[in-house]
Design a binder for this molecule. Sequence first.
Ligand code: SF4
Length: 189
Amino acid sequence: MNKAEEIKKVENLARKCKRCILYKYRKNVVFGSGNINSKLFFLGESPGKKEDEKGIPFCGKAGKILEQLFKSISLERQDVYITSVLKCRPPKNRNPKKDEIEKCSFYLDKQIEIVNPEVIVCLGRISLNYILKKYFNRKNFLITDLHGKIIEKNGKKIFPIFHPAFAIYNPKKFEIMKKDFKKLKGLIC
Ligand code: SF4
């Protein structure tokens, strides 16, 4: 099986998934999109309202911010792979629960294994702490302490940045994120 077939197989499983309670509320499973051969794997928290309606990650206001950040380092969203820790929207955009993250991790772990990126870009606290726990045996870090810093162990690199939703009404945060993106560009060039 090639990479595209492998990822499709996992996506088909996710589309029928009832592992956690969130299947009851979803309109669409938001599995992931973009370039499965990219060096960069962007990882958000969970789908929002727009994402749930369209089945596409980061297609709402936060997605527009993310696209501006991509442009700032001459990237397009189709150049990278994008997904979230949870594939179904939690009601009223509440935070993901521990058991939902555990149950959904099957899909995320498979995506990381198949895409095999050089850098996992963690968008916000939830994705940062999932990846730190999984690959680095570390937990409970704040994004404010680690954003813009490369963390590397056993060939795995992660790069935390703020969740783009923080920058929607906060131009100062957007400027911080632009600086972090410049550092990210330095890592992959
Ligand atoms: S959030 Fe994940 S584990 Fe829960 S139903 Fe959706 S795909 Fe399955």
